[in-house]
Design a protein around this ligand. Structure first.
Ligand code: PEP
Length: 256
């Protein structure tokens, strides 16, 4: 986090956890813990059914609300999908796209993710574009090839001026939900590489401004050292974001 111009983002991805009532109970406990917390953005991504209530509960607080996914079409015969218009109407400002669980469990490919990124920027959302290699890809020396492809395809339909809406989340698949965090060297190397790729895609000014988050078993005990790395501008957190006290400690990472 060497460049103070990049405001850090601490983001919670609740995945398929918490009913709407449980989400409200979380906010009752969490919001007082982060009240007045400045110099960072705090984003929480609950399930779709909790979005409207979450937006209402978090208005006039430091917390912004994200959706965990979004389809790229505005409406139509797409059973089970959520449109940009529906999220706009719910008051949502952020979306997570390309999460590894969407890619690997639900078979989302780079092409589809690129369409979603384009649709999200066209509908004025900010977004997290998630990228990351599997263990097999890392072990076979394909990490740079995978990250390049996911970034290039994910961002190919947007223009340089759209990048201000985008944060990249580097999440090595083998570190998500496994308790196995990437080493600081591995994180530094990947984030430096991602920033270099962005420079090639959109120029050095965009690359200096874009925020790159790390995700993969971030918790209160490791967040401070991860956030201390030069090219790390935030964290996307799954498991450790489910408890108010734990996520509040992550949001206030300097104090750990
Ligand atoms: C995630 O869901 O993006 C994630 C990083 O999960 P966890 O923190 O549980 O590894």
């Amino acid at each position: 986090m060497s460049d103070s111009k990049r405001v850090p983002i601490l983001a919670a991805n609740w995945k398929m956890h918490k009913t709407s009532q449980e989400a409200m109970a979380f906010f009752d406990a969490f919001l007082p813990l982060v009240d007045g917390c400045s110099g960072r953005e705090v984003v929480v991504a609950p399930s779709f059914v909790a979005l409207e209530k979450a937006v209402e509960r978090c208005s006039a607080t430091v917390v912004q609300v994200a959706a965990q996914n979004m389809y790229f079409k505005e409406q139509g015969a797409y059973t089970g999908e959520i449109s940009p218009m529906m999220l706009q109407a719910a008051g949502v400002k952020w979306v997570i796209l390309g999460h590894s669980e969407r890619r690997h469990i639900f078979g989302e490919g780079d092409e589809l993710i690129g369409d979603k990124v384009k649709s999200a920027v066209d509908h004025a959302f900010s977004l997290f574009l998630c990228i990351g290699e599997t263990l097999e890809e890392r072990d076979s020396g394909k990490i740079e090839e995978v990250l390049s492809r996911q970034l290039e395809k994910g961002l190919e339909k947007i223009s340089a001026s759209d990048y201000e809406r985008i944060a990249i989340a580097y999440e090595p698949v083998w570190a998500i939900g496994t308790g196995r965090t990437a080493t600081l060297d591995q994180i530094s190397e990947a984030h430096g590489f991602v920033r270099k790729l962005i420079s090639g895609l959109a120029g050095s000014t965009v690359a200096e401004q874009i925020r790159i988050l790390y995700g993969g078993s971030v918790k209160p005990a490791n967040v401070k050292e991860i956030m201390g790395l030069a090219d790390v501008d935030g964290a996307l957190v799954g498991g450790a974001s489910l408890e108010p006290e734990s996520f509040a400690k992550i949001v206030k990472f300097e104090e750990n």
